[in-house]
Design a protein around this ligand. Structure first.
Ligand SMILES: Nc1ncnc2[nH]cnc12
Ligand SMILES: [Zn+2]
Length: 333
């Protein structure tokens, strides 16, 4: 069994495997612009974040009913369990669905049905994080938060994703303030393709508790020092960084330097159906390509539970303690 871990940066729509996409397309009468799964997979050669996002949003056309979202999440949780995931904090992109006429309730209740059974069926505790699309307006983000109000019992936090450059965090100051007032936790993608300054801005203006990616913090030593001092978790996604060309090859990924600097790094899969691996595969890949040794892998697993939103109650804290004990006791083969 792989080492126990939490996955904290995972877009549920990015777990849509080609086989499921075609099955849902047939069920829903959706015509896809690919002959078959093989032709679709061949399209997974991305130039950058935007070229990926174009395909990612396009393929969502097959997701229409609560049952579709339930199936999507259940399929992810089954795969994640086989890779050692014990806790998953799952992003979803409601604006991408609402724009297609699929309502917030369909998405949240469908995902929720799978999540409700996750602990029993897959041994994974779960949280949902609702993301705002940063290339859409601040008004649209606020309307999305409003639409989520009947479902807040299912939503732990808010995030910020989609095309980063030109859409600085401060654009979403008002909606993050409103989300905070509703008791929601806060994260944001920053420093994936955008500059290190977006990482600082997400902390200072949005008040986020974790940074998704944060790769480009390495360009600003003062920022690195701050992230270390404040123990701000970074949810890194090395396989994504290679596929979206943030780094040329995995062997050049800054993860070892980031860990050596004392940053609180976690490993995640981002959009595993598109990027060639789930989170267990990611642990394996950084061991092979970057020489992260077993104690380094244990640190990454421990960090994932430390950074998880498992502090809402005594039951949450007990769960975190249990997971940390599993990590400490884990024996590498
Ligand atoms: N890696 C990523 N960056 C920004 N937005 C995303 N949406 C899905 N995956 C994403
Ligand atoms: Zn992401």
């Amino acid at each position: 069994m792989p080492i126990p871990k939490a996955e904290l940066h995972l877009h549920i729509e990015g777990t849509l495997e080609p086989e499921l996409a075609f099955a849902l397309a047939a069920r829903n009468g959706v015509q896809l612009p690919y002959a078959d799964t093989e032709e679709l997979r061949k399209a997974y050669l991305f130039e950058d974040l935007q070229s990926f996002l174009d395909l990612y949003y396009g393929l969502m056309a097959v997701l229409r009913t609560e049952a579709d979202f339930e199936k999507l999440a259940d399929a992810y949780l089954a795969r994640a369990a086989a890779q050692g995931v014990r806790h998953a904090e799952i992003f979803f992109d409601p604006q991408a669905h609402i724009a297609r006429g699929v309502g917030m309730g369909t998405v949240v209740e469908g995902l929720g049905r799978a999540l409700d059974r996750s602990a029993e069926r897959h041994g994974i505790s779960t949280r949902l994080i609702m993301c705002f699309l940063r290339d859409q307006s601040a008004e649209s983000a606020m309307a999305t938060l409003e639409a989520a109000k009947p479902y807040l019992h299912r939503i732990t936090g808010v995030g910020l994703d989609s095309a980063e450059v030109g859409h600085p965090p401060a654009k979403f100051a008002a909606v993050y303030e409103a989300a905070g007032a509703l008791g929601l936790r806060k994260v944001a993608h920053a420093g994936e393709e955008g500059p290190a300054a977006y990482v600082s801005e997400a902390l200072d203006v949005l008040g986020v508790e974790r940074i998704d990616h944060g790769l480009r913090c390495m360009e600003d030593p003062d920022l690195v020092e701050r992230l270390v001092r404040e123990r701000v978790p970074l949810t890194l996604c090395p396989l994504s960084n290679v596929r979206l060309r943030a780094v040329d090859i995995l062997e050049e990924h800054p993860l070892p330097r980031m860990m050596a600097a004392g940053l609180l790094c976690t490993l995640n899969s981002d959009d595993p159906a598109y990027f060639g691996g789930y989170v267990g595969d990611t642990f394996h890949a950084v061991h092979e390509a970057l020489g992260i040794d077993p104690e380094g892998l244990r640190e990454l697993a421990r960090n994932s539970f430390e950074a998880a939103f498992l502090d809402g109650s005594a039951a949450d804290e007990a769960l975190r303690e249990r997971y940390l004990a599993e990590v400490a006791a884990y024996e590498f083969e």
